[in-house]
Design a binder for this molecule. Sequence first.
Ligand code: GLA
Length: 386
Amino acid sequence: MSLTIEQLKHAFEQQFGQAPEYHFRAPGRVNLIGEHTDYNDGFVLPCAIDFETHVVAQPNGSNKIRVLAADYTYQLDCIDLEQEIAHHQEFQWANYVRGVAKSLQSREVELLGCDLAISGNVPRGAGLSSSAALEVALGLAFSTLSKHYLSKSEIALNGQQAENEFVGCNSGIMDQLISAQGQQGNALLIDCRSLSCKPVEMPESLSVVIINSNVKRGLVDSEYNMRRMQCETGADLCNVSSLRDLSEAQFATFEDQLDPVTAKRVRHVVTENARTQAAAIALQNADVQTLSALMAASHVSMRDDFEITVPQIDYLVELVAAIITDSGGVRMTGGGFGGCVVALVPHKKVAEVKASIATHYPAKTGLIADVFVCRPSAGAEIVVQP
Ligand code: GLA
């Protein structure tokens, strides 16, 4: 995090004149496989990571929520609970706070006045779900301070609602759910229809390496929303309520009747669902060779069928694959159009991967990539409460 907890508490005290007695945290995530399957009611296999958002808080006995964004040059937002919560015209971060608060109200949570200070170290705009971490940490904070118990799934759904209805991105449930439910040392196989989460232990022998391409992501929301619509059209044309219900064999019978773009989008989702379930089994059995092939196929499918990768990301995947071959796996992770690559790398090859990226990536792209070695971490929690 950009501030230590002590610094964050200090900033809170300076701003609000009292010490915060509550502390909440929620992590970002990396998805190992299962991309753009969540909003098709399908399967995903993410893990929470040890980059997280922290919120310290205290009730203030008023009818206002005051929020200090310590990472944004101490910008302050104030929400009047006696009025309808509207968009903030200037601070984009404040719209996540307002969206979470408003969505909670729609769930009959009676919000009480409180003061909050926020800081986090999830890289922003990198596809590691800094916004979901914020939404989940805030959902936990507001509901706890208002003494209205919500399950972790409800907190995740509330965060998704804020993102869909208030912020305006039609994202699925994966990011918020893994941020809320993550388990230390495990990935979770999530069934995005039932929201059931099955822990899958990460093999001891592999490091989780995240490589941020630092490609500026443009048009992400519009491309994302378009993919989502294309999937819905595909499901309609194949007579299923969502693509989760279409098997590879059934798809083969429809393929010729679909226009080429829709066919590609549907093929990605149908094959990715199958790969994700197979990958969970391979991971469970520490069958790295199979996992390697599934992650490689997932990348190709995102590149050629779903068309959400960019050349810089494809190049990073090539560089890493050349070193790890089938002793690990590598693919783009997240929504696409830039962002990060995830690799499962044998510990002894991590240094070689880093060196190769440092040498070749800037030479080819003019960009410098950030490499993080992460630990699969626990989901959101109340760290301290009186
Ligand atoms: C973004 C969205 C998720 C999911 C991924 C793609 O991270 O927020 O809901 O759709 O893209 O898998």
